[in-house]
Design a protein around this ligand. Structure first.
Ligand code: FAD
Length: 440
């Protein structure tokens, strides 16, 4: 066999100056179209949630090309046969092609490093994000159960002003923010969508919009840059933050982001989580989910031989990914339903923070393993709570009522029902939407 393990490096990858910044947490600020953001002393239109116990165990904001380069470098150092600038031209499965003249389960052929490669392998992992395996195996995408519907428009910029300069007024300061707001992933939220603003330490800021097509239909006759400018004009304070910003990459614009294959693993093959499905970037779940998939597959492939035991574990992997995608969908979709009203968003989003802090603390303490579900996807009690609260987020409730009583009752209900998972003092009205990372 030519190679037991190989990695191909897609055309999007590029090396740039190493850039990484610790991420203090998640910050959300609410905007109404046509109105400037006016900070409030009670923080009712902001939510800040810390995500790090300390600097040494901090989440990071990675410039994507650097993150990819780092991971790819690790693979090369570990002895993986690597091809850069690779393009796969064909993928064949032996048992579905009458052996096709090769003895292994798979044959993959393509170009990389300016040379042609042909590799036979007993196991195939699809990490393309694009679904080369699903096309080869004719596995359909199934979006019937996916509720989130969003598209995206984004670029990288120079000259983005720090949000603290915009959100500070003579009557209001940021002194009770639990961390500098610009050290967090900043989310501007508004009815029908949201925008991320992520500052790296090299002067570059990643910024992009995720938009519900019902409210912001894609109009191909308008260029991506023009659409960006029109959206900036709609939200005066965001426009102010980006007044001197200059894109350093062409704008990228997509159709619907959501993908979900009907099956993520089988005999002699598996897809990484993001290849199997993707919902939305609202809680920045993508890379963590993908890395969990890498760890689980590495465990399956090193701990089992081909046969019934491996097949059973691959079936478990498939089921778990499906539940995880469903969980992310409920968490994110409920937030989209609440974007009209920050009170509701600051209560509903607690479901994500409960799941993230509880499961991360259990992983850190060794109380759970990597094959437990991402965001408590395999915890039936927690999932019951997610389903119940998501069901409340149907159109009209509680958004239409949009009052503090609803937010308060939502938060109190969640605090009561999810008490067993609340290791970080979440769902606390007394904190007025300002949550430092504090694990009891
Ligand atoms: C708008 C948006 C914002 C996001 N924001 C975040 C965030 O803030 N935090 C986070 O954690 N995640 C985020 N994600 C998710 C994150 O991007 C994905 O989880 C991550 O990219 C998955 O990594 P991957 O390597 O599995 O797939 P990909 O990043 O899709 O990489 C696949 C690679 O395979 C290559 N490839 C594809 N086909 C071929 C072929 N035929 N031959 C050779 N190479 C091929 C591609 O060129 C690419 O380099 C975001 C996603 C989107 C869409």
């Amino acid at each position: 066999m030519a190679a037991a393990v190989c990695a191909v490096w897609g055309v999007e990858a590029g090396l740039s100056e190493y850039s990484l910044r610790s991420k203090a947490g998640f910050a959300y600020v609410h905007h109404a179209a046509g109105e400037p953001f006016v900070p409030r002393g009670d923080h009712a239109n902001e939510l800040l949630v810390g995500s790090n116990p300390d600097e040494a165990r901090a989440d990071c904001q990675w410039l994507r090309a650097d993150f990819d380069a780092f991971v790819f470098g690790q693979a090369c150092q570990a002895g993986v046969i690597c091809f850069e600038e690779a393009a796969i031209e064909s993928l064949q499965r032996a048992d579905s092609h009458g052996c096709g003249g090769f003895k292994a389960a798979w044959r993959v052929a393509g170009d990389g490093d300016n040379q042609r490669f042909v590799i036979d392998a007993d196991f195939m992992v699809d990490a393309t994000g694009a679904g080369i395996l699903s096309r080869t195996l004719d596995i359909p995408h199934d979006l019937s159960g996916i509720r989130t519907c969003s598209r995206t428009l984004y670029s990288h910029f120079e000259g983005v002003r720090p949000w603290r300069d915009i959100c500070t007024t003579p009557a209001y300061s940021t002194t009770d923010h639990p961390f500098p707001i610009d050290d967090a992933t900043l989310h501007h939220v508004f009815d029908g969508g949201w925008m991320w603003v992520i500052r790296f330490d090299n002067g570059i800021t990643s910024a992009g919009l995720c938009l519900e097509p019902d409210t912001f239909p894609l109009d191909e006759s308008i260029g991506a840059a023009d659409e960006w400018n029109a959206l900036m004009a709609r939200f005066p304070s965001i426009r102010e933050q980006f007044a001197a910003a200059r894109p350093v990459l062409p704008f990228a614009r997509t159709g619907r982001l959501q993908r979900n294959v009907a099956r993520a693993a089988g005999k002699s093959w598996a897809m990484l989580p993001t290849t199997a499905g993707f919902i939305d970037a609202f809680f920045s779940t993508g890379n963590a989910h993908t890395l969990l998939g890498v760890i689980r597959l590495a465990d399956i492939l090193t701990q089992t031989n081909p046969g019934p035991d491996r097949d059973r574990r691959l079936a478990d992997y498939d089921r778990l990914i499906r539940r995880e995608i469903e969980t992310i969908d409920r968490l994110v979709h409920g937030c989209y339903r609440s974007f009209k009203d920050m009170n509701v968003l600051s209560a509903y989003s607690m479901l994500y923070f409960l799941a993230a802090t509880y499961s991360e603390e259990r992983l850190r303490s060794g109380a759970s393993a990597m094959d437990t579900g991402f965001l408590l996807a395999d915890d039936d009690s927690f999932q019951k709570i997610v389903r119940e609260f998501h069901a409340r987020m149907g159109d009209g409730w509680p958004v239409a009522q949009g009052c503090d009583i609803e937010k308060t009752s939502l938060l109190r209900m969640l605090k009561d029902q999810a008490a067993a998972y609340n290791v970080a003092g979440l769902c606390d009205e007394g904190k007025r939407n300002m949550y430092p990372y504090s694990v009891a």
